[in-house]
Design a protein around this ligand. Structure first.
Ligand SMILES: Cc1cc2nc3c(=O)[nH]c(=O)nc-3n(C[C@H](O)[C@H](O)[C@H](O)COP(=O)(O)O)c2cc1C
Length: 186
């Protein structure tokens, strides 16, 4: 009886984990690259968490994109931020290293705002040189849809000579689940 209950518990655990990460593309790390850079923007910490897990797993360097004017309240985040994201605008970001030379693979992370990438990530993409760079896009979002945001960034990066290998999305929520989904995506 005990053995039956343990098997049932393991089965339920497996099923629930699969449902949670159902929208994650697999085998991103099939050909492990040598030098990896993780670049991300995060307002409330979700994308930062995913970025740090990727960096730890792949021994990557990390760069955080920061806006000149921090979005603290509802109005600057949801009204102005959401509106800028809808219009695919770039925001003013703090000076940072835009040079991607010397990296084999770039992981670029953005929260999803109004189904689109955030203005700070648009700004980074507009300034960095992606020529011949392999890129993996990752997103965090309250829901499950990151495809439109991925399509937008893919188009711009490929117009700049980059090669977008794949993309994945992690639904925001409990840290443990986000961490587990991220590790599964790699
Ligand atoms: C302005 C704004 C718009 C958002 N729009 C969406 C959306 O369209 N779809 C979605 O699933 N989540 C949406 N969210 C939720 C965020 O994508 C989610 O909380 C994300 O994990 C935040 O990342 P961060 O903690 O790294 O800032 C939105 C959040 C904000 C602030």
């Amino acid at each position: 009886m005990n053995r039956f209950l343990i098997s049932l518990y393991i089965l339920l655990l497996t099923v629930s984990t699969d449902v949670f990460s159902a929208d994650v593309n697999k085998n991103i790390n099939a050909d492990a690259p040598e030098k990896v850079l993780v670049v991300y923007y995060s307002r409330t910490g979700n994308t930062q968490l995913v970025a740090e897990i990727i960096a730890l797993a792949l021994k990557a360097e990390v760069r955080r994109i920061e806006e000149v004017k921090e979005r603290k309240g509802f109005i600057s985040a949801y009204l102005f931020g959401g509106y800028s994201a809808i219009r695919e605008k770039c925001s003013d970001i703090k000076p940072m290293d835009f040079n991607l030379e010397g990296y084999d693979l770039i992981f670029l992370g953005s929260p999803v705002w109004a189904l689109k990438p955030v203005p700070a990530v648009n700004a980074f993409v507009s300034k960095a040189n992606f020529k011949n760079k392999k890129v993996v896009l990752f997103f965090t979002m309250g829901g499950t849809n990151y495809q439109k945001a991925a399509d937008i960034l893919t188009k711009i990066i490929e117009e700049k000579g980059g090669i977008v290998k794949s993309s994945f999305g992690i639904q925001s929520g409990k840290k443990e689940k986000m961490s587990e989904s991220t590790r599964k995506a790699l």
